[in-house]
Design a protein around this ligand. Structure first.
Ligand SMILES: NC(=O)c1ccc[n+]([C@@H]2O[C@H](COP(=O)([O-])OP(=O)(O)OC[C@H]3O[C@@H](n4cnc5c(N)ncnc54)[C@H](OP(=O)(O)O)[C@@H]3O)[C@@H](O)[C@H]2O)c1
Length: 316
């Protein structure tokens, strides 16, 4: 593999795929391929086969998925289950048929059981029940992890699965119905600041603990996986550090410069009390996250301000 190797990043227009595409470009990889969902619908097996036959990628990174927060997952279970399985199955199976050298599959920490011991170790996969609100998405992702593991086992090929923790950064989704907690808070504080520092109401008690990884750090981890042979199939990617939702809210409030009250709506669910990744396996491979949360939030807010009229709002 060298900087002329053909690398296909599926989902290169998305938050994660975009960051990976940029990180590879910045590192000097010059033979990158990407297609939007309009140009290539990854649910269409025939179209995916034809694309691979034409492009003959040597490395494939799967950052394409139907993604969303609790509300979207809960309201559209079949969409989340089926579309994600279709996308990943077409990519994984075609990559195998076409003898792709390396395949990197991206999932998320929701693959792990709801009550798994913290921090979440890769070995707790499939040891007990999933969080019901996103089990459809999680089941699709688990089947992707298992497909890559099965290919490793049966064919000895370098198919690897990376499970990032909660991500944030430029190009995030800022729609309040479908977004994740960090961009939703950022938008709420920003709009409240413009509205004479009106109070901001946030869901739950603020006590749950969560971990956040900057998307550029994840992109670096993917480049690391492109350049290094991994001994195993499944690796967590995170910072290994968490904070309460209340502390996160205060950090975002300070960064945004909102000076109003925060109201915690305890009639709304908190979700899992704690969700922290055990990142020791990835550290053993030689990779660690670098970007501090304060710096990452500042950079993301700067990006948000620059895109205040054009940021993404994903509707389903
Ligand atoms: N965001 C997070 O906090 C987070 C955390 C952990 C893991 N991840 C993982 O990272 C991956 C990407 O997430 P993201 O946040 O980057 O999502 P995103 O911004 O919504 O991007 C998803 C990408 O998938 C593409 N896509 C969706 N359906 C497609 C289809 N039918 N055919 C072709 N392309 C399709 C979209 O293409 P178009 O833009 O062209 O429509 C888009 O570029 C997912 O596997 C997710 O589980 C994300």
């Amino acid at each position: 593999m060298n900087n002329k190797s053909k690398i296909y990043v599926a989902g290169h227009k998305g938050m994660v795929g975009g960051a990976i595409f940029k990180a590879l470009k910045d590192k000097g990889y010059e033979n990158l391929v990407g297609k939007s969902s309009k140009e290539l619908d990854l649910r269409d097996q025939q179209a995916v086969r034809e694309f691979f036959e034409t492009e003959q990628p040597e490395i494939v990174i799967d950052a394409a998925a139907r993604v969303g927060g609790i509300l979207a997952n809960n309201n559209y279970p079949f969409t989340f289950l089926m579309e994600n399985m279709q996308i990943q199955n077409n990519l994984i199976d075609t990559a195998l048929q076409q003898n792709v050298e390396k395949f990197i599959f991206l999932g998320s920490s929701c693959i792990y059981p709801k009550l798994a011991p913290q921090p979440l170790h890769e070995d707790c996969l499939l040891t007990s029940s999933l969080e019901p609100t996103n089990e459809w998405y999680a089941i699709a992702k688990i089947s992707g992890v298992k497909a890559c593991e099965a290919i490793r086992k049966q064919y000895g090929k370098d198919f690897v699965s990376l499970m990032p923790t909660n991500l944030y950064g430029p190009n995030d989704n800022f729609d309040l119905q479908t977004s994740h907690v960090l961009p939703a808070m950022m938008r709420k504080f920003h709009e409240a600041k413009l509205n004479n520092n009106a109070p901001v109401t946030l869901w739950g008690s603020g006590t749950p603990m969560r971990e956040f990884l900057h998307v550029s750090d994840l992109a670096e981890a993917v480049v690391f996986a492109v350049e290094n042979k991994f001994e195993d199939n499944l690796y967590n990617v995170g910072t290994g550090v968490d904070l309460t939702i209340k502390a996160l809210a205060e950090l975002i409030q300070k960064t945004v410069g909102h000076q109003g009250e925060i109201i915690w709506d305890s009639t709304k669910p908190d979700g899992t009390p704690r969700k922290l990744m055990d990142v020791s396996k990835m550290a053993t491979q030689g990779w660690k996250a670098k970007i501090k949360l304060e710096d990452g939030i500042r950079e993301t807010y700067d990006w948000f301000l620059q895109h205040a009229h054009s940021y993404k709002e994903v509707k389903i």
